[in-house]
Design a protein around this ligand. Sequence first.
Ligand code: SAM
Length: 189
Amino acid sequence: MKLQRVIQYAQNLLAITVTNGDTVIDATAGNGHDTLFLANLVGDKGHVFAFDVQQQATIATINRLQENNLEHRATVILDGHENISKYISNPIAAAIFNLGYLPGSDHAIITKPNTTIQAIESILELLKVGGIVVLVVYHGHEGGKTERDEVIQYLSNLPQKYFHVLQYQFLNQKNDPPFVIAIEKVKEK
Ligand code: SAM
């Protein structure tokens, strides 16, 4: 297959951006798959900050890191990503969001438009030129389409002098498949 699947595309964007020693963010840790992926990319001199509002998710993420002997490369924070600026002030190379609910958990605990946009705003302030924010947008659940539309509305209005924003989406798949939005900072304000 020549067209990369959505998750593969998202991970590839992170892989071509993040280098040894970088500070990066997993804004929705969930079961920790992306936190682990990022921990492998940043090396021993870099660091991952991972956020989730559910203790079940932070525990799963810490366990996954420990199983791979990489817990020293990450700080897993039980708090909303809208509070990122309370924890991080240094330049960020990349961030990833998986919007929606945690599979196998309470489907009522979902990411929300206002807090997602607030988190993106904070991260864009910290993002280095050449850095990237990747969102995997799940929108099939209740509330998902509202969040999708509000996030797209916000990102469509980012000034193109400073940010390049793209959407990567299969158009002919059934059942609201996820898609990727990526934001690259091209110039400091
Ligand atoms: N990337 C994860 C993985 O590898 O398993 C999946 C993430 S799941 C689609 C979305 C996660 O966002 C859930 O675990 C949920 O608890 C979390 N979440 C919801 N609101 C949040 C918020 N305001 N801040 C941080 N995480 C939040």
